[in-house]
Design a protein around this ligand. Structure first.
Ligand code: FE2
Length: 219
């Protein structure tokens, strides 16, 4: 599929023991919030009122403080994957607020349908046994930007991430969501990259706050 590519070799090859280190950081420092589906990047049916999807994550600043080596992995091998996927003009974030983060999807909880405000995005599973039986798929629209979860699931591809691989995807103007993992937690590293079409300076206002489940001061 042209909008997602899987690359073998994850952070454990770059920094042995790093996966366990990050899981311990996630356990100790994750913060909790709620996505209500009202952000301009959300693609949810709000006809029944706002959503209340629990989210939990480790913010980039916290991750960098406790695992500074992640920045070298991100700006080194990860950037090479991103450029292999989308060309040599891809750049890593300059703003530490857009640096790598960890999302924890609790058992049975989906992640809202949305479009990305940047491209490409790297995804690396740290824990969670995603499969057609267990769930946990990243569902990506075959039709680009569609308005809600129903429209997404009506015509999508499902990617089941695996520990030890990195997926690079283009979710810019393409609706995607994470289906609930039925057994255990799904712990995912997220790496933002940027192109000329969607430079870092254009990142949607308030999205870093929304990612954390906080209501942004403006959007
Ligand atoms: Fe996304």
């Amino acid at each position: 599929m042209s909008f997602l590519q899987v690359y073998p070799g994850g952070l454990e090859d770059f920094h042995p023991g790093g996966r366990q280190e990050l899981l311990e950081i996630a356990e100790a420092f994750r913060t909790y919030g709620v996505h209500d589906g009202t952000h301009s990047a959300s693609r949810e049916d709000l006809s029944g009122g706002p959503l209340a999807l629990p989210v939990s994550m480790v913010a980039p600043a916290v991750l960098l403080e406790h695992a500074p080596w992640v920045a070298d992995w991100y700006r080194g091998p990860l950037l090479k994957y991103a450029r292999a996927f989308m060309g040599r003009l891809v750049v890593a974030s300059e703003d530490p607020r857009n640096f790598p983060l960890v999302n924890v999807h609790e058992q049975g909880v989906r992640y809202e349908a949305h479009v990305d405000s940047n491209q490409p995005v790297g995804l690396e599973l740290l824990a969670g046994d995603c499969s057609p039986q267990n769930g946990g798929a990243l569902a990506i629209s075959n039709r680009g930007d569609v308005p809600d979860l129903g429209a997404l699931l009506a015509n999508c591809v499902r990617h089941y991430p695996r520990v030890g691989e990195v997926a690079i995807m283009d979710g810019y103007r393409r609706t995607h969501a994470v289906e609930p993992l039925l057994v255990g937690e799904r712990v995912m590293m997220v790496y933002n990259f940027w192109t000329e079409q969607a430079p870092e300076s254009m990142r949607l206002a308030g999205l870093a706050e929304y990612d954390q489940g906080k209501r942004p001061s403006s959007q």
